[in-house]
Design a protein. Structure first.
Length: 97
């Protein structure tokens, strides 16, 4: 992810014209050179940019993800979404005829 690399190693690193490669200088060690900087960028609030078209739904209205503590498989569920049906409410699928 180019935006994470920029956040971790700075905007001044050389990037190829097609954004496929980034020159990170003399860094060679994943353990000493890469992981600490990437971890720091994530802990400092880096978030993956969302590349999508115009939307009328605020992402915060989609709730959040939680691990279901009652599920023996520890599945992840979405809670508090604006899109969740209310009690007694049902979604219907309309045909395109």
């Amino acid at each position: 992810e180019l935006s994470l690399a920029k956040a971790a190693f700075g905007e001044n690193c050389k990037i190829t014209n097609d954004s496929a490669m980034m020159d990170l200088g003399k860094r060679v060690s994943r353990k000493k050179d890469y992981i600490p900087e990437i971890t720091k960028a994530i802990k400092n609030g880096w978030e993956k940019p969302i590349h999508r078209g115009a939307s009328t739904v605020d992402l915060k209205e989609l709730g959040h993800l939680e691990v279901d503590p009652l599920d023996p498989y520890q599945r992840v569920v979405r809670k508090g979404s604006k899109l969740e049906p209310k009690a007694g409410e049902h979604f219907t699928v309309q045909s395109s005829n």
